[in-house]
Design a protein around this ligand. Structure first.
Ligand SMILES: N[C@@H](CCC(=O)N[C@@H](CS)C(=O)NCC(=O)O)C(=O)O
Length: 160
């Protein structure tokens, strides 16, 4: 279904869609208009922005760390790439720390689609045995996400 041979890919009543952020946007609009998919164009753009930021900034930083520490035998690890990733992650989450000033979630008070891709990487970051700077707002955000039953069930899985 996906010419790239990748997951995630969905089929919704004959409509095939790939690219994770596009899938989150589609399902949010279809099932969560006014909540996950904010009606206000600026709040929606805000949520959207954090989704793209997650893909462009957090994902490339965490990938070498996750693969290096979880999916590579110790003797084959590229320690330099892991260290660089850990540093880039610290810088990225510093940006999130600023973005969460006065907010419970990335696009404001309530949970939106903007928290979905990012929330998965926040869990991954805290689950990895790496050095992290003290970021009180990001930590409180992670605790807030953990109060969601769906987050506990679908996101907070052991890294493998
Ligand atoms: N930009 C794509 C990335 C998709 C992607 O790289 N998926 C990985 C898993 S996270 C995959 O399918 N890997 C299996 C493979 O490469 O065979 C998205 O966000 O959906």
């Amino acid at each position: 279904m996906n010419p790239n041979g990748r997951v995630p890919t969905i089929e919704d009543d004959g409509f095939v869609l790939w690219e994770s952020n596009a899938i989150v946007r589609y399902l949010s609009e279809k099932h969560g208009a006014g909540t996950l998919w904010p009606n206000d164009p600026r709040q929606r753009a805000d949520a959207d922005r954090w989704m793209d930021w997650t893909t462009s900034t957090v994902a490339p930083a965490i990938t070498p760390v996750f693969w290096g520490l979880i999916r590579t035998p110790a003797e084959k690890r590229d320690l330099k790439a892991i260290e660089e990733g850990v540093e880039r992650l610290a810088q990225a989450f510093q940006v999130l720390e600023q973005g969460l000033e006065g907010r419970d979630h990335v696009a404001g008070k309530s949970f939106t689609m903007g928290d979905i891709p990012l929330g998965t990487f926040v869990h991954r970051w805290y689950a990895l045995a790496v050095k992290r700077p003290k970021l009180p707002r990001v930590e409180a955000y992670y605790e807030r996400l953990q109060q969601r039953a769906s987050y506990k069930k679908h996101v907070m899985l052991p890294l493998s």
